[in-house]
Design a protein around this ligand. Structure first.
Ligand SMILES: [Zn+2]
Length: 427
């Protein structure tokens, strides 16, 4: 790290807080009595107005702006050796309906403030520094999260991406191709992809969205791995009938079979004894769904997450063995469909170490931790060495209007981010 830089980096806490509140006003949702409600669906009018506002702020700092075909926006502080791979930070500003004001936005505005603070300290980066606003981290509009970073990393097929659309009726049925065109983002989605090595490193500042930092009284976390979800849909077909007339020994009840599958998943996830293995059945659709009718068909949606893909797969194998056994015993048919499976990410030990050293220089003892929620960084990890900086959020609450991060923690996070970017930019 450039000598003494950490001490010279002066984050303007008031400005950062003001801008977070200003960004939170780009929403049309009615405000609750307490907290700040934000709904900002990607490419909505609110999102486009917020993007314009952010571009004006970045332009005022002399950052070079580039937008790609899906609306990922790159704000570049050109380094003294601009041909070197740049160092990047960023996050998202889209928000699910009735969410809070800190998820994603802390990383974007904290990144902007970090760059400003470095500029004001007189620091000149060797590598260029990019602040990146990633499109559609939330799955609200297109049914899949991290659209921008998936396209950057090549984990989403550009042709398929253009056909994505929401499940609801009305305007939500418009495809990504239509929506991005209307928002002014043109060109083939294949052009969004970035090459491996194009970035020297990627660091994302984010609220924890979990309770650990607050509970342990630690102001900052360094993410060493990001868990990734796999989701499956199970369809269980049995035989329906009259709830009174169909005798118990003759039944092939699809819901009873589904209940066994749900418990099997819980049992095998617990059996790993790993705190990082989590499995959830979040939906259960019962057909025909009448009180006096034996269920003939059930659909379950399963979400299983881990930082270890092999362990995640072992849980599914054990569940499948149970399913084999119960289908024979219960004479039902079970079909499994893989909806989506992403690779977990391991953060770069080097980037983690740089953040750790920066923290210690600033008198912070950070917690090394796993991110159980997934982020754009999960996909950026496919093309660059990454790490994430977490700050505490009250009660671990996120995606709600009462989501809250303390100003001191936000400022801390931005200061550590600034010094980290400075170190990485001089490598
Ligand atoms: Zn987020």
């Amino acid at each position: 790290m450039p000598a003494g830089l950490a001490k010279r980096v002066d984050i303007d806490s008031g400005r950062l807080l003001n801008e977070l509140h200003a960004l939170a006003r780009f929403t049309s949702v009615e405000q609750p009595k307490e907290g700040t409600a934000v709904t900002r669906v990607v490419f909505s009018e609110d999102d486009l107005r917020a993007r314009k506002w952010l571009k004006d702020l970045a332009a005022a700092e002399g950052l070079v702006i580039r937008e790609d075909a899906v609306g990922n926006t790159f704000f570049r502080w050109v380094g003294s050796e601009p041909e070197l791979p740049a160092v990047a930070t960023g996050s998202h500003i889209d928000a699910i309906p009735h969410a809070g004001m800190y998820d994603g936005t802390v990383g974007v505005l904290g990144g902007l403030e970090a760059i400003r603070a470095l500029k004001q300290s007189g620091f000149v980066p060797r590598r260029s520094l990019d602040l990146v606003l990633l499109t559609s981290e939330e799955p609200t509009r297109f049914g899949i999260g991290c659209v921008g970073s998936r396209l950057i990393s090549g984990t989403l097929d550009p042709g398929r991406a253009d056909t994505l659309h929401g499940a609801q009726r009305g305007s939500e049925q418009e495809t990504l191709a239509q929506v991005r065109e209307a928002a002014g983002f043109h060109g083939p989605l294949s052009s969004v992809r970035l090459k491996q090595g194009q970035y020297h490193a990627w660091v994302e500042l984010h609220i924890e969205q979990g309770p650990l930092l607050e509970r342990e009284g630690i102001p900052l976390g360094i993410v060493t791995a990001i868990a990734a979800p796999a989701s499956y849909r199970f369809t269980i077909e049995g035989v329906g009938g009259h709830a009174g007339a169909l005798l118990m020994p003759d039944r092939r009840d699809a819901l009873c079979a589904a209940a066994e599958i749900i418990l099997s998943l819980e049992k095998h996830a617990l059996a790993t004894k790993a705190i990082d293995t989590v499995a959830t059945v979040g939906t259960c659709d019962v057909y025909p769904g009448a009180v006096n009718s034996v269920p003939s068909m059930v659909t379950l949606q399963v979400d299983i997450r881990d930082i270890d893909p092999a362990r995640r797969e072992r849980v599914m194998l054990a569940v499948r063995q149970d399913i084999d056994e119960l289908t024979r015993r219960r004479e039902v048919k079970v079909t499994e469909a893989l909806v989506n499976a992403d690779e977990p990410a391991t953060c770069s030990p080097h980037v983690v170490q740089v953040i750790d050293e920066v923290c210690r220089e600033q008198g912070i003892t950070p917690k090394h931790m796993v991110s159980r929620a997934y982020h754009d960084s999960l996909f950026m990890a496919q093309i660059a060495p990454i790490a994430m900086i977490f700050i505490p959020c009250r009660g671990g609450v996120s995606h709600r209007p009462d989501e809250y991060a303390a100003p001191a923690d936000i400022t801390n996070g931005a200061r550590v981010l600034a010094a980290t970017l400075a170190c990485l930019a001089m490598e």
